[in-house]
Design a protein around this ligand. Structure first.
Ligand code: SAH
Ligand code: SF4
Ligand code: F3S
Length: 444
């Protein structure tokens, strides 16, 4: 590769989960620290970071088409410098380097703090790959948080030791690690100083977080949430994604005791059938999952429940799939995500017998989504007529219209004289399938 002109502007394109969004922001901050500036919307950037996701098919293929689009008809001097980051970089770094000569850097999710050194090499014309997984080193090498937004993500835990048989995350993100308590309070403090009123704690298994508080006592996620709740200026705390097996009494109790902890729980179950759950290596039963949700509802009756589902896992029969529908009927989710099973290279399920035909998966997904949509609409309607707080996050499509979130993570539209970052009291006057309309009562 020829030496390249040092890039002045950058763009980070993040795909996948919220942790990737968080990583994307941190890479942006790191590049800003190197003197690059974010390319204005709609303008070409000198450096493009594709922050990829590997969770389901097509994600990897998508990178090659993105690279093609970025370089099409351009000489090397005119084309942007390209870095591939995220979970596809981790899983297929070498292949990307071989298949896409236009890529200068490949950097894994645990190694992106070394982007500046890689950039120096790239400018000299040397291609660089870094997919090391040095536990938690990256957080110590990242610049201070500078973003300005009323809502912020904060990664507290990374990696996964669960090895569900369908999933790539343990391979792309490595083993479970928790960031230290004091580092997290420090980062939260910075985020609040720069305008965050809501913080969402992130982890591939966020409730597996553990640490030691200032007094050296062992604390779990509930203890961290309690400490954050004492911060003035921070008004809402959320966390995602939890695993049923890491749930503890303290976190359940926290939902009944900490006002700032929002009444929302995303707890993936994947299937309502115990044989399928076992084949998935989920290590919980459908019944155990339902009992757990009951306990949350006891301490916080209005809690909005959310989950993830996979349809068409290898060997899933029609009757087994119907158990998933039954579970959905029983839970009545406020919102949930459902996916067709996608065989991931290197995972045990990919080579299991009885892979399910696409048409069967399509049909099951459609039936499952119809129930979830029905319950989501019912949940939204159950809130119409109530008053709640809404944190204003952005402008709506029409002039004078604003969009924010209810405590239950529903999108709420309002009209009126408000600003981004205002916490307003609204009457929820009308419910739609995906959002509610609110009328302003006052702001604080
Ligand atoms: N750690 C979280 C989220 C992991 S990925 C958890 O365990 O819940 C987010 C979701 O993607 C999963 O919950 C699962 O529903 C889905 N998913 C993961 N691997 C998949 C695959 N191979 N095919 C289809 N969906 C998958
Ligand atoms: Fe993947 Fe299972 Fe880990 Fe979630 S718990 S990240 S689904 S292996
Ligand atoms: Fe995707 Fe990696 Fe997140 S595979 S879902 S970006 S952990």
């Amino acid at each position: 590769m020829k030496p390249q002109i040092s890039p002045k502007t950058y763009r980070v394109k993040s795909f996948g989960c919220q942790m990737n969004v968080y990583d994307g922001e941190r890479m942006g901050e790191l590049l800003s620290e190197q003197g690059l500036s974010k390319a204005p919307d709609g303008e070409d950037a000198d450096l493009v970071v594709l922050n990829t996701c590997h969770i389901r098919e097509k994600a990897a293929e998508k990178i090659y088409s993105d690279i093609g689009r970025l370089t099409k008809g351009k000489t090397q001097q005119k084309a942007p410098m390209i870095a591939v980051a995220g979970c596809v970089a981790q899983a297929e770094g070498e292949e990307i380097m071989n298949r896409a000569p236009a890529v200068s850097m490949v950097v894994g999710p645990q190694a992106y703090h070394r982007l500046p050194e890689m950039l120096d090499k790239a400018v000299k014309g040397e291609r660089a790959t870094d997919t090391d997984m040095p536990a938690i080193a990256k957080f110590d090498s990242l610049p201070e948080r500078k973003r300005r937004s009323p809502t912020a993500f904060l990664t507290v835990q990374e990696g996964c030791d669960k090895f569900c048989t369908y999933c790539v995350v343990p391979y792309t993100r490595g083993a479970e690690i928790s960031r230290p308590f004091s580092d997290l309070l420090g980062e939260a403090h910075k985020l609040i100083e720069t305008g965050a009123r809501e913080i969402t704690l992130l982890g591939q298994n966020v409730n597996a977080w553990s640490g030691e508080d200032e007094a050296g006592r062992a604390v779990g996620l509930a203890g961290l949430i309690r400490a954050l709740a004492r911060f003035d200026g921070l008004e809402r705390i959320r966390y995602t994604t939890s695993h049923p097996n890491d749930m503890d009494d303290a976190l359940i109790a926290a939902h009944g005791e900490i006002d700032k902890l929002m009444p929302y729980l995303h707890l993936p179950v994947q299937s309502g059938n115990d044989r399928v759950l076992k084949a998935m290596n989920r290590s919980h039963t459908a019944e155990g999952y339902l009992r757990l949700l009951e306990r949350f509802r006891e301490v916080r009756p209005d809690i909005a429940l959310s989950g993830d589902f996979i349809v068409g896992f290898p060997g899933e029969t029609e009757t087994e799939f119907e158990d998933t529908l039954k579970l959905v009927d029983e839970v009545r989710y406020a919102q949930a995500y459902s996916f067709k099973y996608s065989p991931r290279p290197g995972t045990p399920a990919a080579t299991m017998d009885n892979q399910i035909a696409k048409e069967v998966m399509d049909d099951r997904l459609q039936r499952l989504q119809a129930r979830i949509d029905r319950d989501q609409f019912a949940f939204n309607k159950s809130k119409a007529g109530e008053t709640c707080s809404v944190l204003v996050e952005r402008k709506g499509k029409h002039p004078g219209q604003w969009l924010g979130k209810s405590p239950w993570l529903q999108s709420v539209w309002i009209e009126g004289d408000v600003r981004i970052g205002d916490m307003v009291e609204v009457d929820l006057v009308e419910a739609g399938p995906n959002s509610l309309r609110g009328e302003l009562l006052g702001s604080r």
